[in-house]
Design a protein around this ligand. Structure first.
Ligand SMILES: Nc1ncnc2c1ncn2[C@@H]1O[C@H](COP(=O)(O)OP(=O)(O)OP(=O)(O)O)[C@@H](O)[C@H]1O
Ligand SMILES: [Mg+2]
Length: 241
């Protein structure tokens, strides 16, 4: 049995099929990229794995447990954390307090939650912003806060939904380094990202979604040179770049 095993997921919103017969497997410590055009179904797959949505059919098995029907809180306790594409921190709370919310998944002790949150902020080189309010955050702060909050839950699997969107090239570089360090600590990553250079650089395996379905899967070089991938998403410019 695979570490994460997603089988024949289907999800409709009214008449719209957002995800269709989608299969995916992930092994422990992998970094897998999930790419595809806007509306392909990537965030919906994350929402189903993290149990924010229930699929119409299909299975999500994580370390032998079927997650379908569970509450997001339980999935998080099992070790799956996600970041949100549209970040939503508590705007009247500090960065530190926002990260402590993640840590409270594992402890009800405020002192321990604070200790954990401070450790994560230090690891992310974010400590100097610990007292900033949610409402004061810049784009890169929002992305780092999302990552910090997710890491504070002590995840085994991290679902990253566009953590590099809106960042400058230098900020992206530093985020890539952070993500590599996170993987080195033994955390498995599934990365949704539109920046192809970053995804191809970071990921060992890429899954390309198109209109809710898996179109292609393989190592970055195979996907980058696949004519169907180029036609569906990457574009001629990418092929000749
Ligand atoms: N809660 C919802 N209610 C209705 N339709 C939804 C909902 N969530 C997603 N959809 C629709 O499902 C389809 C897939 O959306 P999804 O957000 O999964 O795409 P995505 O691949 O993450 O796109 P993007 O790259 O723009 O973030 C889209 O057509 C979207 O409008
Ligand atoms: Mg999305």
């Amino acid at each position: 049995m695979n570490w994460l095993f997603v089988e024949k997921l289907n999800k409709r919103f009214g008449g719209l099929v957002a995800v269709r017969d989608f299969d995916m497997t992930v092994e422990e410590r992998e970094i897998v990229g999930l790419i595809g055009p806007n509306g392909a179904g990537k965030t919906t797959v994350f929402n189903i794995i993290a149990c924010y949505y229930q699929p119409d059919s299909g299975r999500v098995i994580f370390q032998g447990k079927d997650l379908v029907g569970m509450k997001p809180f339980h999935v998080c306790k099992l070790g799956i954390a996600r970041t949100f594409q549209v970040t939503k921190p508590f705007i009247n709370n500090t960065v530190l307090e926002n990260v402590m919310v993640g840590a409270f998944i594992r402890t009800s002790n405020t002192r321990l939650a604070k200790k954990k949150a401070l450790e994560i902020l230090e690891e992310l080189d974010f400590l100097e912003r610990k007292d900033a309010l949610g409402i004061e955050l810049t784009t890169v702060d929002h992305k780092r806060l999302e990552l910090a909050r997710a890491l504070a839950t002590d995840p085994k699997l991290l679902l990253l939904d566009e953590v590099m969107a809106g960042l400058t090239p230098a900020e992206k570089m530093s985020m890539l380094n952070l993500l590599r360090n996170i993987q080195k600590q033994g955390i498995t990553l599934i990365v949704v990202e539109h920046d192809m250079k970053a995804v191809m650089n970071l990921c060992e395996r890429i899954i390309l979604m198109h209109r809710g379905e898996k179109l292609i899967e393989g190592p970055p070089s195979l996907v980058a040179n696949n004519p169907r991938a180029i036609a569906a998403y990457l574009g001629e410019d990418y092929a000749t770049a």
